[in-house]
Write a protein that binds this ligand. Structure first.
Ligand code: FE
Length: 176
């Protein structure tokens, strides 16, 4: 099954960024690993955008004003295979962006063009009350860490390890 999950990334889809989804996933996981993240969070970083691969809307969907809710699609689908320590940061990674935009002006200013475009469709920056509630959510801290790797994982020149590196840790986390 894991091989089939990883194979979903065998596409050139880019969702408006300068790199493929596969490169983005692998860079995210490599940043998580370098940052000392625990195995479930490394796997979350690797698979955080899998909802994009599952719903397959046209690549320019944010230009057309459609939000696929890829974080919910991905987390729900992955919950069949992985525990909440993997799926919850994925489910919350868009909320984490809205939180960071509310709390850190520098973060919002540094978002990529595609990420800024999708933010408007995802509900814009959180209100102060929403941000306070988010901060109290279990896994919020993990989702925020994931979000920062997500933003950083858009380097066209990076050469991260491939999927095979993550097979053992993902396999060890899978439900039996
Ligand atoms: Fe991402």
């Amino acid at each position: 099954m894991l091989t089939r999950i990883f194979a979903l990334y065998d596409t050139d889809e880019r969702y408006g960024e300068p790199i493929s989804q596969e490169a983005h996933a692998l860079q995210s996981a490599a940043l998580a690993e370098t940052d000392g993240a625990p195995p479930p969070l490394i796997v979350a970083a690797l698979l955080h955008d899998i909802g994009h691969m599952l719903c397959r809307l046209p690549p320019d969907r944010t230009v057309r004003g459609v939000d696929s809710r890829h974080e919910l699609i991905g987390a729900k689908w992955l919950a069949r295979f992985f525990p909440p320590a993997v799926t919850e940061p994925i489910r919350l990674h868009v909320a984490a962006k809205r939180y960071l935009c509310a709390r850190e002006p520098d973060y919002a200013a540094a978002l990529s063009a595609a990420s800024t475009r999708s933010l408007a469709l995802q509900g814009a920056a959180m209100t102060a009350a929403e941000a306070a509630a988010f901060a109290d959510t279990p896994c919020a801290a993990d989702a925020l860490r994931l979000r920062r790797w997500d933003e950083a994982a858009k380097d066209p020149d990076a050469t991260p390890p491939g999927f095979t590196r993550y097979y053992p840790i993902a396999h060890a986390l899978m439900r039996r």
